[in-house]
Design a protein. Structure first.
Length: 277
């Protein structure tokens, strides 16, 4: 992970924009928790020659929720001119920003940021809460997303970078799950648009071979028993109804778990999680 102060922006960013914060505070704090966990990961190395992946921990979500939009470009200018980035031409780099409205072609939100990413950072991998490349490919293949109007389809017609990965929203705003650094200025709970429950949060677990080997379940997969959109029900139900392996290792597969606490426990205690999209 990069530690240049222009990139990490480990300072209190002032002037929170209320409409954005109310709609996207969970995503913004999710990103901060991901950075916090990655910094502590046993897989992290401080020697760039030993690294397979580089994470410039730019707090895109926190900047978007603030009045200090120029911080986008402080970070990107520093990254683009950094010797490590230039050495790899942006390859092996992952930018994390799970706020759903970020990184859209021709979108009205942060248009200068999107243009800069699309022109100078096409070789990086964007880690978002959705897979922009898959959606763009589906549109090129003629798939009609009926819930998208013409304008929204134009936002998704082209991904800003050559590769994307999708990250779920793992943690809620509960600071007891992954404590946030002091510089992440969070408004009081009275400011939140919905009730915040401690039980809504899943812990972010540091990835390690030890954790993987000690996980009790081989596969975790849960689906709702009812129908799903886009004729996907047959595919979502197949792992539950069509399993014929008698020697399948212990797994947690079925039509839902009523208890959120049990769901979280089994999910975290699994080697693999199947996600059919």
């Amino acid at each position: 992970m990069y530690d240049h102060p222009n990139i990490t922006q480990e300072v209190s960013i002032t002037g929170i924009r209320r409409p954005y914060w109310k709609a996207h505070f969970r995503e913004a704090l999710n990103d901060e928790r991901i950075f916090t966990v990655l910094k502590k990961s046993p897989l992290r190395t401080l020697n760039p020659d030993e690294a397979d992946v580089f994470v410039p921990a730019i707090p895109f979500s926190r900047i978007m929720n603030s009045e200090e939009q120029n911080r986008f470009f402080w970070a990107l200018d520093t990254l683009e001119n950094h010797e490590i980035f230039r050495k790899h031409y942006g390859h092996k780099h992952v930018l994390i920003g799970t706020v759903f409205i970020l990184f859209r072609l021709n979108a009205s939100v942060a248009p200068s940021l999107n243009e800069r990413i699309a022109t100078s950072f096409t070789n990086v991998t964007l880690a978002q809460s959705w897979d922009a490349n898959a959606v763009a490919q589906a549109l090129r293949d003629g798939y009609d997303f009926h819930e998208y109007n013409k304008l929204v389809k134009s936002y998704h017609s082209k991904a800003l970078t050559h590769s994307c990965i999708s990250l779920g929203l793992a943690a809620s705003v509960s600071s007891t799950i992954v404590p946030l650094p002091e510089y992440v200025n969070v408004p009081s709970k009275d400011f939140f648009p919905e009730k915040v429950l401690e039980g809504d949060a899943l812990p972010l677990t540091i990835a390690s071979m030890e954790k993987w080997q000690n996980s009790s379940n081989f596969i975790f997969y849960q689906s709702k028993p009812g129908t799903s959109f886009h004729n996907s029900t047959i595919y979502r139900h197949a792992p539950i109804t069509n399993i014929t392996m008698s020697n399948l290792p212990k797994s947690k597969i079925g039509f839902g778990i009523d208890s959120r606490q049990e769901w979280a426990k089994e999910y975290i205690d699994s080697k693999f999680c199947l996600n059919i999209r």
